[in-house]
Design a protein around this ligand. Structure first.
Ligand code: SAM
Length: 358
């Protein structure tokens, strides 16, 4: 099966056999509920801006190299640069050309200190090499789509308006959602909806879509097919099409694969005392971040069945967020899309050095 995204994850293999990773902190909300799957983005202010700056720039040092993996409209990038010393440089990834142009405009005043990359952040190491950076001192990933993308009906991310079923963050590359649906068979589509949307009616919805006379090419047509399968309310508080749209967006943009590749590369490119902060908006992302951070912060990597530690391992990172940080009521009232945000951060202590929680 060629789905154009991480089939191992789709098959659930990505989760099997991984070490327990609940050691670091607990998640006060538990698994995110269906309504929390609603897409979060940047709103009018960057999500948890003050916490992101505080965690990433505790004591600004000269010559800092900052990375914003998801520059968007550059709200966080701008806040970080304002708080950083005047010689700090920022490398920003942004695969949406519209957002990138907007970010360039917003960051213009920082001149040669800004480097913007059109590549997805999975190409983190290649772009770092091209920029001439071996390591980074602070890195942010504010995952998911932006308000800019959601609010522009023509991008096809939202069913609030009828538009072509596109959903690509970078509309110049890759397969759009309509073509993906057309290419997959009923079983593949059902699995996609279950794995990426945790959609309880995945099979029923896939059947309704694949057995319809015409493959959906618009957001309105897709939503109508989901409603045909579930009923217009589907016994849910939110539109029954929410999880289907979510799953397709994740698949079209290979969002989980992107995150996995970034997390895999980070240990090679973080400077000692380098800091990482990730804002996740749904449980599939947040689980991956929590698991990676927990593995890095754990000293012993012996199999659980060994009664005593034989590896003599040392933690490579220390957690900066013993409990996940979530936006307060005031921020949510100002920016409802921040509602499902979960912020986690670590500091890299390096290979073979002493770690531990603060
Ligand atoms: C939630 S928004 C970021 C908002 C930003 N923090 C701000 O303050 O304006 C996420 C942005 O990251 C971009 N993006 C998501 N995944 C990406 C990837 N794998 N590579 C590059 N850009 C990505 C999206 O196009 C979107 O513009």
């Amino acid at each position: 099966m060629t789905l154009g995204f991480d089939a191992a994850v789709l098959n659930g293999e990505g989760r099997a056999g991984l070490p327990a990773w609940d050691l670091l902190e607990d998640d006060p909300g538990g698994e995110l509920r269906e309504e929390e799957w609603e897409v979060a983005g940047l709103g009018h202010e960057p999500v948890l801006r003050a916490d992101v700056v505080r965690l990433l720039l505790p004591t600004p040092r000269p010559g800092l190299r900052l990375v914003d993996c998801t520059t968007g409209l550059a709200g966080h990038s701008e806040a970080l640069l304002e708080a950083a010393p005047p010689d700090a440089e920022l490398l920003g990834f942004e695969r949406d050309p519209v957002a990138r142009a907007e970010a360039r405009r917003r960051l213009e005043r920082f001149g040669h200190r800004i480097h913007l990359a059109a590549e997805p952040f999975s190409q983190f190491e290649e772009v770092l090499d091209r920029t001439g950076w071996t390591h980074v001192d602070a890195l942010l990933a504010d995952l998911g789509v932006s308000s800019l993308q959601l609010d522009d009906a023509s991008r096809g991310f939202s069913f609030q308006a009828d538009a072509a079923l596109d959903m690509r963050m970078d509309p110049t590359h890759g397969e759009d959602a309509a073509s993906l649906i057309e290419r997959l068979d009923e079983n593949e589509l059902g699995r996609l909806l279950r794995e990426f949307g945790e959609e309880p009616a995945a099979r029923r919805i896939a059947r309704a879509i694949k057995r319809s006379d015409e493959s959906p090419r618009t957001t309105g047509a897709l939503r109508a097919l989901v409603h045909r399968a579930t009923g217009p309310r589907g016994g849910r508080r939110h539109d029954p099409a929410t999880l289907t749209f979510q799953a397709l967006r994740i698949a079209v943009n290979a969002e989980l694969d992107e995150l996995d590749q970034l997390l895999e590369a980070l240990p090679r490119r973080l400077a000692p005392q380098g800091r990482v902060a990730v804002l996740a908006y749904h449980s599939l992302e947040d689980r991956r971040v929590k698991r990676a951070f927990s593995v890095w912060a754990r000293s012993c990597v012996c199999p659980p069945e060994l009664p005593v530690c034989r590896c003599g391992g040392r933690a490579r990172a220390r957690a900066l967020t013993r409990r996940v940080i979530t936006p307060g009521e005031e921020e949510i009232a100002r920016n409802p899309r921040a509602r499902s945000a979960r912020l986690r951060a670590i500091e890299w202590v390096g290979e073979g050095q002493e770690g531990g929680d603060t």
